[in-house]
Write a protein that binds this ligand. Structure first.
Ligand code: MLT
Length: 229
């Protein structure tokens, strides 16, 4: 079964680097950059569903009908959108440090402020502030690697993602109703998605804890993530 690996915000497909080798021995692995991130040009994106439509178009072009999807954080929102838009195509779902709930109303102004700031001054403020928050144990090497990846993202892509995330629907009922294999991978040290939220989201599904990870288990605990996917 082909496996689609969807990156989170404000990163790109390189976050899955450590998993691609081991997983490619078992089957086809597809690691896109979402529109406006990494090597993908910005496209008009108004919602998380638009990212999912772009991925479905990519999968059509490369001849993939049925697939499993693993999404990190924002990538998990996109994976849930794939399931909403094309349920017959999704054979399994892995949510890594992600959420099914929508943004609370009061979080939306901060998303818009981040979008506007990225448009006005570029992504440097995110490169400076995010890695320490994302990592459970922010070592200098990992912090620098993440700063470099964030600096490579386009302000337009980042702004579109902020606005799309703010508008995403609550997917908790959708997730609870799924009858395909679902795995939740969560970092015990995650400061962005609290462990209690992962625990309640994973109710009824397999939950894999990384004891050493914050928000980026695929980078902080690569072998655990590769073996859980
Ligand atoms: C991510 O890592 O993709 C973000 O934390 C998602 C979000 O801001 O909701």
């Amino acid at each position: 079964m082909p496996l689609l690996l969807i990156h989170g915000f404000p990163l790109d497909g390189r976050i899955w680097e450590a998993q691609v080798g081991p997983l490619s021995k078992r089957g086809r692995v597809i690691v896109p950059d979402l529109p406006g991130f990494g090597r993908s040009a910005p496209e008009p994106i108004g919602s998380i569903d638009d990212y999912a439509r772009a991925l479905l178009g990519l999968l059509d072009r490369i001849g993939v009908t049925r697939f499993a999807a693993a999404g990190h954080s924002m990538g998990g929102y996109v994976a849930l959108a794939l399931q909403r838009l094309a349920p017959e195509r999704l054979a399994g779902l892995v949510l890594v440090a992600s959420r099914a709930a929508a943004d609370p109303e009061e979080a939306r102004p901060a998303r818009e402020a981040m979008a506007k700031r990225a448009e006005a001054e570029g992504v440097e403020f995110l490169a400076r502030s995010m890695p320490e928050r994302q990592l459970g144990t922010p070592t200098p090497g990992l912090v620098e690697r993440l700063r470099g990846m964030i600096r490579a993202q386009s302000p337009a892509g980042v702004a579109a993602a902020c606005r799309a995330m703010a508008l995403r629907p609550d997917a908790r009922a959708q997730l609870a109703s799924l009858r395909i294999p679902v795995v939740v991978i969560a970092g015990r040290l995650d400061r962005i998605v609290p462990p209690s939220e992962s625990e309640s989201m994973a109710s009824g599904f397999r939950l894999v804890w990384s004891e050493v990870s914050g928000h980026l288990p695929m980078i902080e605990d690569p072998t655990l993530v590769a073996s859980s996917l």
